[in-house]
Design a protein around this ligand. Structure first.
Ligand code: DCT
Ligand code: MG
Length: 459
């Protein structure tokens, strides 16, 4: 009875997806197809989810609600919205009517209601209310400070602190990470571009090779999935001779510090021990590798190389400018970050001046005309992780993301395969043994999943 308008066997983890056109039979002349996706697998790790997809308006709306739930520490609700958004990202076509979604997995009542509203009215009332809410705005601004989580931000919000400037004036005692987060707030909230990530990679690689020749380094996180910008840059380091990587991080950090590349760093040792952990440990142990959270001082002209800004700057003649949203009002913090700043308490807008034809080179200066002098560096969040060679494939898979993709992999492993997956290992609970792997492909195979390349893990 139905026309098949689209069919593929490869689109969704080998499970045929059939899109049917009912309209064509009923009202051939009517524009717009009524599409029904008959079979889409329910775990995001069974699907291909590209970076660019067809349903951004819907996924943007759901992401805001997910973010709000996460900031309110309602994890379950956050995951539900994230799963619904991920499903929409994996669809091969734009959704034009809610009826097209009938029978699809991952779409709860609440998500469907929001989707329907956006499809019919162009906006969702709930999303609008959320984005305009003081609490949401404040929680976003405060958790945007490196070192500040939802719990702390909520406590401050209840005390009337809504912005980083409020916090600065509050006299609260902050820890070292939070002090650095506040100091570099504007820059750390600017997206890091791919060329910036590559430039940092070259520096870190130099450090790694200087202290341990033969060590290998891989760009992980969002950039490995093909993103052109990110909130940070993540690297995974290993060495083919297992054991040589032990204690590597402090040496790398010392090298970087001696060269003046680090504005902040906190290193934690590797606390993972397979024999001690046992397979019953929770599957999520992202941070047990030797790891360094840092704030990198990235020169815009390292060794004469130019760094492109990935940001689209306003078009127009002459120097083009970009103004970050927040202004810093603490003269001490400001003078440290921006050596030529005024030392009064007026908000000082910072301006990114793009020099050259096509935003080839950037330098930071203060927007105030009294203060001249370019700043040739910016602060960037960088995460370094060291893994033993035998755990490298697991670390690579666990650190490539997306967060939801990882969560879904672990859920699939435990619920469908009775296996425990972490960034260190895969344990088969039925056979009571660890399953070794030296590539991501092997891990997918152990899990009985089609291999999904990094560019399709953008769930
Ligand atoms: N990760 C995870 N679960 C977490 C945090 C991180 O599985 N709770 C994994 C997935 C991504 C990777 O670690 C790096 O984390 P982020 O840098 O936070 O994510 P990203 O995808 O790289 O995002 P961005 O591009 O914004 O940096
Ligand atoms: Mg990242």
């Amino acid at each position: 009875l139905l026309d098949i308008v689209w069919y593929t066997e490869s689109m969704h983890a080998g499970i045929p997806v059939i899109i049917l056109d009912r309209h064509r039979l009923q009202e051939r002349e009517k524009p717009g197809l009524e599409l029904t996706v008959v079979s889409v697998p329910s775990y995001a790790c069974q699907r291909h989810t590209p970076l660019l997809h067809h349903n951004t308006i819907l996924t943007d709306a759901l992401s805001i609600l997910a973010e709000n739930a996460e900031l309110s520490e309602n994890e379950g609700r956050g995951v539900a919205f994230r799963r619904a958004a991920a499903l929409l990202k994996s669809l091969p076509q734009e959704v034009r009517g809610a009826e097209q979604l009938r029978g699809l997995p991952c779409l709860g009542e609440h998500s469907l209601r929001v989707i329907k509203e956006v499809l019919e009215d162009g906006v969702s009332h709930e999303v609008e209310t959320t984005t305009h809410s003081e609490q949401f705005k404040a929680m976003k601004a405060l958790t945007g400070i490196f070192g500040v989580g939802a719990k702390t931000a909520d406590r401050w919000f209840r005390e009337g602190i809504h912005t980083p400037s409020n916090l600065q004036r509050s006299g609260h005692t902050l820890n070292r990470a939070q002090r650095a987060g506040l100091k570099y707030y504007d820059e750390l909230n600017l997206p890091v571009t791919k060329p910036e990530a590559v430039a940092i990679g070259q520096i870190v690689e130099r450090a790694v090779h200087a202290v341990l020749p033969g060590a290998e380094m891989t760009l992980i996180g969002g950039f490995r999935r093909g993103k052109q910008t990110g909130h940070d840059v993540d690297f995974l380091i290993t060495h083919p001779d297992e054991g040589r990587e032990e204690g590597l991080m402090p040496k790398v950090v010392s090298w970087l510090e001696a060269q003046g590349f680090l504005l902040y760093q906190k290193t934690t040792g590797n606390s993972y021990l397979e024999s001690k952990e046992g397979p019953a440990r929770p599957a999520s142990n992202m941070d047990r590798f030797e790891r360094c959270f840092s704030i990198f001082r990235l020169s815009t002209d390292n060794e004469g190389r130019e760094i492109q800004t990935g940001r689209e700057i306003q078009t127009g003649e002459g120097p083009q400018t970009y103004s970050p949203t927040l202004t810093n009002t603490d003269p001490h913090t400001h003078s440290d970050t921006h050596p030529h700043s005024k030392t009064d308490s007026h908000p000082l807008p910072q301006t990114l001046v793009v020099v050259g034809d096509h935003a080839q080179k950037v330098s930071w200066v203060l927007g105030n005309s009294q203060c001249s002098g370019p700043r040739s560096w910016r602060a960037v969040r960088v995460d370094l992780v060291v893994s033993p060679y035998s755990q490298f494939a697991f670390a690579l898979l666990g650190w490539t993301g997306s967060k939801l993709f990882e969560r879904e992999l672990r859920r699939w492993a435990i619920h469908e395969k009775a296996m425990t997956l972490s960034s260190h290992a895969l344990y088969d609970r039925k056979r009571m043994q660890y399953l070794r792997a030296s590539s991501e492909e092997e891990i997918f195979a152990h899990l009985g999943l089609e291999y999904i390349p990094p560019c399709d893990r953008n769930a």
